[in-house]
Design a protein around this ligand. Structure first.
Ligand code: DGY
Length: 328
């Protein structure tokens, strides 16, 4: 069943500039307003642009809250090309009958590759070493030049053992001979944990026993500053912390302090609490690799994420079940 009367056209907003050839697949069912300049709409502008729309294609940069929804009486579906949905007020959408879809699975392996790359780059000090070489500072070989921590054979603690956490565990165990500990809302099915050679433990045990800790949990208010000064102090001296979850999970000031003091060996962050702004305390912290939220950014994967978001929009606007609705 179509959502509008015969003869009238559905209207969709595509809030950012994304692959025009993929977006074109919406044009046979809807009038599509695009954002060719890729500008990020202010909350007021987004409200104005979405006010007469039936569907919205968004990224992680657009915030969907009750005030916006109240200004969009025709809205039926919000389709985000991200897997994370912390930028969307799900309860407010549910209360107004707005379907929310996201883009799981298609980014899992690419994101896991990047998590591992960040771990390797941080533990082996690749960022610092490259800057040193480019700055012309390499004048002689020395025995401990950028001596980092080993990744192979070490213990990796994964916080958040969803699809991405599990994909990282596979790389760790089968590629790098690592021992994997994990902490999650609930333990995996025994057969799944066994196949991954992963051992469930509480957060304190994981922090205490891991050489490297990788955060891959979905963000919720309960995860705010899950890793603060007390948790960093529980980590082994010289350990590595990698965050590919959301910036709010880590207390950035405490992290910078743990790097300055030498307690933490290294860290890698792809996500930041106020992104795209980056807390200046991080910019001056030593042994820290920083990347601009690109864990899922390979071209094939970003295209697959956009395609899934379009497929979800089409399904809901045509009265079919979405492929990947947000559950709960
Ligand atoms: C996601 O899909 O949630 C990634 O973090 C990209 O925003």
């Amino acid at each position: 069943m179509s959502l509008v009367a015969a003869g009238s056209l559905l209207r969709v907003l595509v809030a950012r500039a994304v692959f025009p050839d993929i977006i074109d697949a919406l044009r046979d069912i809807a009038d599509v307003e695009t954002t060719p300049d890729d500008a990020i709409s202010s909350p007021e502008a987004l409200r104005r642009r979405m006010a007469d729309k039936h569907g919205a294609f968004i990224t992680g940069s657009e915030r969907i809250d009750a005030a916006l929804l109240d200004a969009c009486p025709l809205l039926k579906v919000v389709s985000t090309m991200t897997v994370g949905v912390d930028h969307i007020d799900l309860a407010a959408c549910r209360a107004r009958g707005v379907t929310v879809t996201h883009a799981p699975d298609v980014l899992t392996e690419t994101t896991a590759d990047f998590g591992f790359a960040l771990l390797l780059a941080a533990a082996r000090r690749i960022g610092d070493a490259e800057r040193y070489l480019r700055a012309g500072q390499w004048t002689k070989w020395s025995v401990d030049l950028f001596a980092g921590a080993d990744v192979h054979g070490a213990t990796l603690g994964i916080v958040g053992m969803g699809r991405i956490g599990q994909a990282i565990a596979r790389r760790a165990v089968h590629g790098f001979g690592m021992r994997v500990l994990y902490h999650n809302r609930s333990p995996l099915q025994p057969a799944v944990a066994q196949a991954l050679h992963a051992t469930y433990c509480d957060l304190s045990t994981l922090l205490r026993d891991s050489h490297h800790v990788l955060l891959a949990l979905p963000y919720s208010p309960a995860a705010y500053h899950l890793i603060g000064a007390a948790q960093l102090a529980q980590m082994r001296r010289g350990a590595t912390l990698v965050n590919i979850a959301r910036g709010g999970v880590v207390d950035e000031a405490a992290l910078a302090q743990a790097l300055h003091s030498g307690h933490l060996g290294a860290a890698g962050l792809d996500v930041f609490e106020g992104e795209p702004a980056v807390n200046p305390v991080l910019l001056s912290a030593p042994r820290l690799v920083l990347t601009p939220h690109i864990a899922s950014s390979s071209l094939p994967t970003r295209r697959a994420m956009a395609q899934l978001a379009v497929d979800n929009l089409r399904a809901v606007l045509q009265g079919r079940a979405p492929l990947t609705p947000v559950q709960g």
